[in-house]
Design a protein around this ligand. Structure first.
Ligand SMILES: Cc1cc2nc3c(=O)[nH]c(=O)nc-3n(C[C@H](O)[C@H](O)[C@H](O)COP(=O)(O)OP(=O)(O)OC[C@H]3O[C@@H](n4cnc5c(N)ncnc54)[C@H](O)[C@@H]3O)c2cc1C
Length: 415
């Protein structure tokens, strides 16, 4: 067993994703010796994956509204975001030499000349300058005694136990396991009695049993500028029709509502509004202008820009005989029912709900059952929509856990 002396006062960070690396940086800046243990050959793999489809770091939404994105945990996140805010995240990026800008939807991105790998390289460089030691291919296996961590060096197969002065676990959620976030860590936590809420896919596509004809004809087609409703929640954006169902920002944002609806019934209904910018009256008036002899398909395409694949979609999910009367047709075009039979698998999801239950941590994100061990990032049981809220949540919990470690070490030294 590798026992580190008190003078070493090493803080172990387990998991080299954004939450763990930010905690490492804050702790090193506060003067602690920090060692990061990461199971993969390199750190930040999911951070890089996040960068592929537009690297949305945070959002410019004002703080009170920002916090509501964390739904049930908005009060808690209001405090966490106050400690490491979206503005702090942008400043942190600037300090690494990477400029950011606010996109049209309020999302914050690095400017075009910067690739995600450059940001990660600059960050790791800063950590090394601060003296943070990064041990890759080191898999955490579980706890030992009061403060010990069992680790396996996957390069050599050697197993060791280290006893840091404090630990931050930042092991991620359970999607995209090839990035290292495989969720297998729950067993070690449950072994010491920590309750973990089962993982659920979040920010993922929804399955619809399209007919073979529809699948073949439509394949992947975007529907721009629509509104999608599930229960009492409505989201605007671009919907992507896919062979398995639907995906895109509005579907992702509605995953909690879809999940809840599927908990009560075998099908959740999404209501698609194809013309959210037109008032019902304006839409009815446009529909009333059709001349007899003009087919509905060409009229919808010319008068309302509802060309292919809309007629095919109407035939797929609309009534057997489409209404021709303007009031009824307007209602159908704004309340087109899409029957969802399930969410896409966990592995494909952008993020996961579930993880360490909030009742298991104190106000500093320290495990109640294991003093000196803190938890940060997606491994905690929270979810938020895409739009920069995920990374911001990981950074803010990482910074908060780091602050908790410093307080904890100070209090234990005073005893
Ligand atoms: C396709 C995709 C696109 C995304 N796009 C965005 C976006 O644009 N904006 C946004 O805000 N968010 C985005 N996200 C989400 C964001 O990337 C994650 O929320 C974030 O990376 C989670 O950070 P984390 O530090 O909590 O965990 P992770 O980044 O998952 O890191 C956890 C680390 O722990 C390591 N680990 C796990 N188990 C062990 C173990 N036993 N021992 C040692 N190490 C271990 C893993 O290898 C991993 O490196 C995206 C995610 C995906 C999949």
């Amino acid at each position: 067993m590798q026992r580190l002396s008190d003078s070493d006062a090493v803080v172990a960070i387990v998991g080299g994703g954004p939450a763990g690396l930010l905690a490492a940086q804050r702790l090193a800046e506060a003067g602690h010796r920090v060692v990061v243990y990461e199971a993969q050959a390199t750190v930040g793999r999911k951070f890089l994956v996040a960068g592929h489809g537009g690297f949305n770091l945070t959002n410019s939404e004002p703080l009170p509204d920002f916090a509501t994105r964390y739904a049930l945990h908005s009060v808690r996140f209001h405090e966490l975001l106050g400690h490491f805010s979206p503005a702090d995240l942008r400043q942190w990026t600037t300090d690494l030499g990477i400029a950011t800008y606010v996109g049209t939807s309020g999302r914050v991105f690095p400017t075009a000349e910067y690739k995600p790998a450059q940001l990660l390289r600059a960050w790791v460089g800063r950590l090394v300058e601060l003296g943070v030691e990064i041990r890759t291919r080191h898999r955490w296996l579980g706890f030992a005694d009061a403060t010990g961590l069992r680790l396996r060096n996957d390069a050599t197969g050697e197993e060791t136990t280290v006893c840091p002065a404090a630990t931050v676990l930042a092991l991620g959620g359970a999607s995209w396991s090839k990035t290292g976030s495989d969720g297998r860590w729950t067993a070690a936590l449950e072994h010491i009695g920590v309750q973990c809420v089962p993982f659920q896919p979040s920010n993922c596509g929804a399955e619809i049993a399209w007919s073979a004809f529809f699948q073949q004809k439509v394949k992947r087609t975007p529907l721009k500028n629509i509104a999608l409703t599930c229960g009492s929640h409505t989201v605007r954006g671009e919907l992507m029709l896919t062979e398995y169902g639907v995906e895109g920002t509005p579907v992702y944002a509605l995953t909690p509502a879809i999940r809840e609806a599927l908990g009560h019934s075998t099908t959740a209904t999404l209501l698609l509004n194809l013309k959210p910018d037109l008032t019902p009256t304006a839409l009815r008036e446009r529909l009333a202008q059709r001349r007899s002899g003009t087919s509905w398909a060409s009229f919808l395409a010319s008068a309302l820009r509802l060309g292919p694949p809309i007629p095919t979609l109407l035939r797929e999910v609309g009534p057997p005989i489409l209404p021709t009367e303007p009031v009824a047709l307007a209602h159908l075009l704004t309340h087109l029912p899409l029957p969802v039979s399930g969410l896409r698998p966990l592995e494909e999801a952008i993020s996961t709900a579930g993880g360490v239950a909030w009742t298991e941590v104190n106000e500093h994100l320290m495990l109640q059952r294991r003093p000196g061990t803190f938890v940060a990032g997606e491994m905690l049981d929270w979810e938020a929509p895409t739009g920069g809220y995920l990374l911001q949540g990981c950074f803010s919990t990482g910074a908060w856990a780091a602050q908790g470690v410093t307080r904890w070490l100070r209090s234990t030294q005073q005893q």
